[in-house]
Design a protein around this ligand. Structure first.
Ligand code: AP5
Ligand code: MG
Ligand code: ZN
Length: 214
């Protein structure tokens, strides 16, 4: 199964993608997580990406495509994957479609996690993220069992640098300008499904499972 998660920054793409990956035993591939891991390790890619990410801007398509195509080449992608944060521009979506088509392949679902901007801004302040495994929590809505510690891997939780209110607003603007058009793109491809992302985490997941088991 090949799934793309769509939605604004903070809509819950990462939270749901992790749950989908566990349930359907496919890898969760988050370009944001891969960039953050590279920044932490101080790689060349990380240095280049950081300048854009800290400002709430997209990393250039060229860099992102190189990274994701390398990731697709790994063995664990043979049975599919859930993509979180990629594609994010029409150019990225077209590159993905073309690379799949070369092997006579295609995506199965594009799932849009729909959350209005007002709710997003409220959510971001309470997010805590694990840099080690990409686990995401919320101090009120999805708290870790032990404060400051990742339930999934025991790693330390921290506040993401791009979660300051000003940067969040900028990311939302970038989303509306560059990423939202993908909703039309995947509607035309006939694979778009939308879920109400304002519901609680477990209910959003139930709605997604219903679509995937459809
Ligand atoms: P990325 O890491 O992808 O960030 P994003 O799209 O801005 O999304 P987030 O990770 O912030 O939110 P999410 O939807 O995953 O929500 P989450 O589950 O954490 O990208 C970061 C940056 O990297 C970009 O700005 C760009 O610079 C660069 N980048 C990445 N990919 C790129 C690409 N393809 N091209 C170019 N540049 C790229 O949930 C948010 C919070 O809400 C959490 O605290 C969570 O616990 C809570 N929550 C989740 N669900 C619910 C719910 N149902 N109810 C209440 N709270 C909830
Ligand atoms: Mg995320
Ligand atoms: Zn972790």
């Amino acid at each position: 199964m090949k799934i793309v998660m769509l939605g604004a920054p903070g809509a819950g793409k990462g939270t749901q993608a992790k749950m989908i990956a566990a349930r359907y035993e496919i890898p969760h591939i988050s370009t944001g997580d891969i960039f953050r891991a590279n920044i932490k390790e101080g790689t060349e890619l990380g240095k280049k990406a950081k300048a854009f990410m800290d400002q709430g801007l997209l990393v250039p398509d060229e860099l992102t495509l190189e990274l994701i195509m390398d990731r697709f080449a790994k063995d664990d992608c043979a049975n599919g994957y859930v993509l979180d944060g990629f594609p994010r521009t029409i150019a990225q979506a077209e590159a993905l479609t073309a690379s799949l088509r070369k092997n006579g392949d295609a995506l199965d679902y594009a799932i849009d996690v729909d959350v209005p901007d007002e709710d997003i801004v409220k959510r971001m302040g309470g997010r805590r993220a694990c840099l080690a495994c990409g686990g995401t929590f919320h101090i009120l809505f999805n708290p870790p069992k032990k404060e400051g510690v990742c339930d999934l891997c025991g790693g330390e939780l921290s506040i993401r640098k791009d979660d300051e209110p000003e940067t969040v607003q900028k990311r939302l603007n970038v989303y509306h300008a560059q990423t939202q058009p993908l909703i039309d793109y995947y509607t035309e491809e006939g694979i778009l499904k939308s879920v109400d992302g304002t519901q609680e985490v477990g209910k959003v997941f139930e709605d997604i499972v219903e679509i995937l088991n459809g």
